[in-house]
Design a protein around this ligand. Structure first.
Ligand code: FAD
Ligand code: SF4
Length: 499
């Protein structure tokens, strides 16, 4: 007989846990490691989310008659030692970790005197083996997404993409009219278990961010309710305003499902199928919203994981040789830049900001400022409730700050022109989005042109960037010199905490 070892982000009854439920395994082992949680200044809600979800998972299994050994220990090693002291003959079976690293865990178990067998991770739609067989080492996300559509049959119509197109993104870039009201997302007030965990987090950890407003789903039932709520109230307009940034709105029509998906409380297949059912049942859910949503989960989420597993050294990739420190305001929120101030406030308050805030505000600024990609990754990893290495690292290093071109074809750098078009922040900002030099000029502008000038050798011949260098050329001379001087001033002001 064996014990099923459940890692903190594998809170699913699929895979080996089903053996414990069927009586084919003795028990389940879970280890809550304090040292692991104290390694970074994690957001308090992230710690509370993981611990509370683990304890709820334990309690539900016990209610269903499964014996669960739940170790609260300083380190994984101590938890494993305690377990094998009591069960020296037992061997463990566990799902492979989502981001790899099974060998390190195997060593830990062996050092504790035990054995572990790793089996397939059941929380994704594409296995590493299937990806390796298909991938030639340089496939794009779009290739992957189409392959996944064909393999799964999602949004396919007799071998062709539903509606005739693979992608409806041109309909997914609207900004909402002034009187548009975003429906409030479902929130889940803490129960006794979560309250106890929140008290522990306050007392025992040097955590960052607000813990007073916790509302994340911590059980499968809550996660399913969150999925229903999204499909019923926000899926229809999800795509249309997917790229928008709106002052005073932290969620827009985003699903907020990444924390539950990444913990294993929801499976990507059921999320996609629930959305497709909603589309089939209602005339007012447009295909472009459904396809936009499915692409995030079937395409980007799965692709990012496979890229993380494929690319060695991604965590340290830094092809632009950027080495600046992350400005303090990422932690304090203390900046006059209205767009960044609010997006960082969202992270402090919820451990969450939506995709465009992550990409076009927080990463874009760090990219053009010249922040070391690893330092930015550490910030995202600590600050976001849905952050795990397999998903945070490729998103930040590859997509966010172009630390590698292994799977992104261009840097997502933008000036205030883009931010002003997609958001309503600039109207309430002391900086001028139309100015590039001068004390009141929007900092994004000088940083943007400075970034293009600094990396001209690499980027000028990139076919997706070449057009921009026509504009750089028109500024060459005194104008560009003044812009680059302003970029230096912006960096100095940020370092001094005065931006
Ligand atoms: P929605 O907008 O509702 O999208 C639906 C789902 O699609 C998400 O729940 C998520 O599971 C998936 N998804 C969408 N885009 C991506 C993507 N690029 N990569 C992986 N999954 C995606 N996602 C994380 O889960 N954890 C992270 O730590 C994380 N860090 C990011 C850092 C940067 C710099 C960027 C640009 C993106 C990051 N993302 C991360 C991807 C994406 O921003 C989040 O998945 C999304 O914002 C989660 O919110 P949501 O559930 O409301 O998403
Ligand atoms: Fe952001 Fe610049 Fe607009 Fe201010 S002016 S909100 S800093 S883009």
């Amino acid at each position: 007989m064996t014990t099923v070892w459940v890692l903190g982000d594998q809170l699913t009854r699929r895979g080996p846990v089903s053996r414990a439920l069927d009586g084919d395994a003795d028990r389940v082992l879970m280890v809550e490691s304090r040292a692991f949680a104290a390694r970074h200044p994690y957001h308090g809600q992230k710690l509370a989310l993981v611990f509370s979800a683990m304890r709820h998972f334990r309690d539900r299994l016990r209610e269903d008659g499964v014996t669960v050994r739940y170790e609260r220990a300083d380190t994984f090693r101590e938890g494993l030692d305690a377990f094998f002291d009591d069960h020296p003959e037992e061997s463990l079976v566990a799902m492979r970790p989502a981001g790899g690293g099974a060998d390190a865990l195997r060593d830990l178990v062996q050092d504790a005197g035990g054995r572990v067998e790793f089996v397939a991770n059941e929380s994704f739609l594409c296995s590493p083996a299937a990806f390796r067989e298909w991938d030639d080492g340089g496939q794009s996300h779009e290739d992957f997404y189409r392959w996944m559509r064909r393999r799964t049959g999602y949004l396919m119509d007799d071998g062709d993409p539903l509606g005739g197109e693979w992608n409806y993104d041109e309909q997914n870039r609207e900004t909402p009219p002034d009187d548009y009201e975003f429906p409030d997302p479902a929130r889940f007030p803490p129960d006794d278990t979560t309250e106890r965990v929140l008290d522990e987090v306050r007392a025992e950890y040097d955590a960052w961010g607000a813990v007073e407003v916790f509302g994340w789903p911590v059980t499968r039932d809550d996660a399913l309710d969150a999925l229903d709520d999204f499909c019923e109230h926000r899926l229809a307009d999800f795509g249309t305003y997917q790229d928008a940034v709106v002052a005073g709105e932290w969620a827009l029509n985003h699903s907020l499902l990444s924390p539950a998906l990444n913990l294993g409380l929801l499976h990507p297949a059921e999320v996609i199928e629930r959305a497709i059912d909603e589309y089939d049942a209602r005339a007012d859910v447009p295909l472009h919203s459904l396809e936009g949503f499915v692409r995030q989960i079937l395409g980007w989420r799965e692709f990012m994981r496979q890229v993380y597993l494929r690319e060695d050294g991604l965590a340290d990739a830094n092809q632009l040789d950027h080495s600046r420190d992350l400005p303090d305001f990422y932690w304090t929120g203390d900046t006059d830049m209205a767009c960044l101030r609010e997006s960082i406030a969202h992270v402090r308050e919820h451990g969450y900001a939506h995709h465009i805030e992550r990409l076009m505000l927080q990463s874009n600024f760090a990219l053009t400022f010249g922040v070391d990609p690893a330092e930015l990754t550490s910030w995202f990893h600590a600050a976001y409730v849905d952050a795990y290495h397999w998903v945070t690292t490729p998103n930040v290093v590859g997509m966010g700050v172009y630390g590698t071109d292994a799977f992104t074809t261009k840097p997502y750098a933008a000036s205030a022109n883009y931010i002003n078009r997609m958001s309503d922040h600039c109207a309430g900002c002391p900086y001028d989005p139309d100015a590039t030099t001068g004390e009141d000029a929007c900092p994004f502008n000088a940083l943007y042109w400075d970034f293009l000038a600094e990396h001209e050798d690499r980027l000028r011949h990139n076919y997706r960037m070449a057009g921009l260098y026509h504009h750089v050329d028109t500024k060459r001379g005194d104008e560009l010199d003044a812009i680059r001087e302003r970029a230096d001033d912006v960096r100095a002001l940020a370092d001094a905490g005065d931006l």
